[in-house]
Design a protein around this ligand. Structure first.
Ligand SMILES: [Zn+2]
Length: 288
């Protein structure tokens, strides 16, 4: 019995070993099959990746082309803009390309085009120093309405203003300038009077404003009056800025003029007031 059992045990073990070996053999095949599949997948993936890369390269090339196109367009636009800005008169002054814009910047280096007249001059309904029918009572329509609003706000807050000088034509400015040259010489005239075409009053967007008690005071001490102080802090509420602020003479080209209001619209006026800037600084026309 023992011998027979031993035989079974031995032959059973043999079969078991053969089976294990067989299974292992099969197992290796299975593994290698799945490895091959993985490898195939990886190859496919890498092929796909290469295709993706190729597509990406193509896209990059396309992007570069479109970037180049955009850059070229941008350069052209900038060149056009510069060309427009750099149109100059015989004295080298820039001729502003946007005289009718409420954001136009006119100063000693930037003038209005020859013979420019604002298209929509009207008389604001406010208290004036100048007599009825005087052209200096005029402003452009939008600015005139804003001035009425400003005077109304001021009155509510106990401030009595009077409008002194608004629109001034090219010809009128020419007479003023030439008189000054004859009287005091060109150097003095250039310092104290605007050359024709360079006065902001010709835009129809400016108004000199005084205290109704002291109309004659168009000088820096106006800031010491209640009216001057009030304008400094509140003009922006109706869309005006103090165009020639104290301490910015080297930027604006003008001494402090607390009475000279310039209409630019409420949004811009508020921004310029908050940041305590000049029009030149706000539009990047001044490089320190
Ligand atoms: Zn003025």
């Amino acid at each position: 019995m023992l011998n027979r059992n031993k035989k079974w045990l031995i032959s059973g073990s043999f079969i078991f070993v053969v089976l294990i070996a067989g299974c292992e053999q099969l197992g290796i095949d299975w593994n290698s099959n799945s490895n091959n599949e993985q490898e195939n997948q990886q190859i496919e993936e890498s092929v796909n990746n290469e295709e993706t890369l190729n597509r990406e390269v193509e896209q990059d090339e396309n992007n570069e082309v479109s970037r180049e196109e955009t850059d070229t367009n941008k350069e052209e636009t900038e060149e056009e803009a510069i060309e427009t800005v750099l149109q100059r008169d015989e004295n080298g002054l820039v001729i502003v390309p946007n005289p009718e814009s409420i954001e136009v910047i006119v100063n000693k280096e930037r003038r209005l085009p020859e013979g420019y007249e604002p298209p929509d001059l009207v008389e604001p309904d406010v208290e004036f120093h100048a007599g009825e029918g005087d052209p200096k009572r005029q402003m452009r329509q939008e600015a005139a309405h804003a001035l009425e609003e400003l005077f109304a706000i001021a009155e509510k807050e106990g401030i009595e203003l009077v409008a002194v000088s608004g629109y001034r034509s090219y010809n009128r400015q020419e007479v003023i300038y030439n008189n000054s040259v004859e009287k005091n010489g060109e150097e003095h005239a250039n310092q104290y009077s605007a050359k024709p075409g360079t006065s902001e009053h010709q835009t129809g967007l400016a108004m000199d404003v005084a205290s109704s008690q002291r109309v004659s005071v168009l000088e820096p001490s106006f800031i010491d009056t209640d009216e001057g102080q009030w304008l400094d802090e509140n003009a922006h509420r109706a869309g005006f800025i103090i165009r020639y602020p104290d301490g910015k003479e080297n930027i604006t080209g003008y001494n402090y003029e607390p009475w000279h209001l310039r209409y630019v619209g409420k949004e811009l006026a508020t921004e310029i007031y908050k940041q305590q800037l000049t029009l030149e600084e706000f539009f990047g026309l001044f490089n320190e």
